[in-house]
Design a protein around this ligand. Structure first.
Ligand SMILES: Cc1ncc(COP(=O)(O)O)c(C=O)c1O
Length: 386
């Protein structure tokens, strides 16, 4: 086909192919161990697969209700109560979405108007700012403080003004593995108390939190919950990122606006998977054991990486580990990440890709949501760096 013969006024002129696609393609080309993109390489629980099969064989194959299958929303409400002691109404305050990304898109789109400012903490997951820009909003970037990537609330206070419409949180954090503390939440609560600022809290890694640390969901703080969209992902939680299913929780008046966008964006989400998840969530061990499961993976990965000439930053949550390679090379992150993939056969992601103005700190992100053999193979290949 010929190309469209006229000039295109791009709505996202700065956006190209994401770094995850670039690194995964490079990994495939060079048969590298792919620790770049955030997805597990082990199987989904067979019981969940069986439940899904039962549901589609039982004929649950047509459109689900726009906000999601009620049984699943009820199961989520029970889960929220048991984890965060928060009563969430399944009818009006929960919507099932095709993944966390779709929830983030509909939440931002439903409330951000041209020139509204949205605070994003960097390094940041890549979908926030393009969505803000599509709405004509203005992303306001605030850097997390190295080395432990915490929020400097004094800086946030200085950057808030009458145009600030939303603050985006992500805890546990991709790509740094940092988690927000109870004190962070209290400081945030104070900061927004006299404003109408909304919060988008991306909590897709809620269960992946280590060393006895407790996940501080905004749902635990009523003064934050009343102004928040809180985003979750079953893909992340149940090792099935390809299913693209998640949900959003918000107070009724915010949820009404959310659903206006959601219904014309996707309308509804995969039906049999929703029925299956409603049953699967009844057994709380399916999510309560995840922290220990991933903590073991993190510890094993650290054990394998320690003898290598990297400096490892602490990971308290998520399934990502940052490593500093300044003892090995002074190359730029992208160049070094590409060379590790092509010459050593291990793919990672340069952390510079998570900044608006590509900041080089000699940091790479590795995903440790992998089988032991995969992690061992990666470490064995990286031995050549010694
Ligand atoms: C912080 C964060 N939020 C949201 C998502 C998207 O979740 P989903 O795959 O359910 O769309 C990801 C996926 O990598 C993520 O890391």
């Amino acid at each position: 086909m010929n190309n469209y013969p006229f000039s295109i006024r791009s709505k996202l002129p700065r956006v190209g192919t994401t770094i995850f696609t670039v690194m995964s393609a490079l990994a495939a080309k060079h048969q590298a161990v792919n620790l770049s993109q955030g997805f597990p390489d082990f199987e989904v629980d067979k019981n969940l697969l069986d439940l899904i099969e039962q549901q589609y064989r039982a004929g649950h194959n047509q459109y689900a209700p726009m906000p999601g299958v009620l049984a699943l929303r009820e199961a989520i409400a029970e889960k929220c109560y048991s984890l965060y002691q928060t009563t969430v109404h399944p009818e009006t305050e929960i919507t099932i979405t095709p993944g966390g990304t779709a929830a983030i898109f509909s939440a931002i789109t439903s409330v951000i108007h041209p020139e509204d400012e949205v605070i994003i903490f960097e390094p940041a997951y890549d979908c926030y700012s393009p969505t803000i820009e599509l709405c004509g909003g203005v992303p306001v970037y605030i850097e997390l403080k190295a080395p432990d990537f915490t929020i400097d609330w004094e800086t946030v206070k200085r950057r808030i003004n009458h145009k600030t419409r939303m603050i985006i949180l992500n805890t546990p954090h991709n790509p740094t593995g940092s988690v927000m503390s109870e004190l962070d939440m209290i400081q945030l609560e104070k900061l927004v108390a006299t404003t109408d600022i909304l919060i988008l809290s991306d909590e897709v890694y809620e269960h992946l939190i280590f060393d006895g640390t407790v996940h501080q969901s905004v749902l635990k703080f009523p003064k934050l919950a009343e102004r928040s969209f809180v985003v979750y992902s079953f893909g992340k939680t149940f090792h099935a990122t390809g299913w693209k299913i998640g949900y959003v929780i918000a107070p009724e008046n915010l949820m009404k606006e959310f659903r206006k966008v959601h219904q014309f964006n996707v309308f509804s989400t995969n039906t049999p998977v929703q029925y299956a998840l409603a049953k699967y969530l009844k057994d709380v061990s399916h999510y309560n054991q995840l922290a220990a499961f991933y903590e073991e993976k993190r510890n094993y990965f650290l054990e394998l990486m320690r003898p290598l000439p990297f400096t490892l930053t602490p990971t308290s949550g998520s399934y990502f580990q940052l490593v500093n390679y300044s003892k090995i090379s002074d190359e730029k992150e992208l160049d070094f990440a590409k060379r590790l993939t092509t010459d050593y056969g291990v793919a990672s992601v340069p952390v510079s890709a998570f900044y608006y103005r590509s900041k080089d700190q000699q940091l790479l992100r590795f995903c440790f949501a992998k089988k032991k053999e995969t992690l061992e193979l990666a470490a064995e290949r990286l031995q050549k760096l010694v």
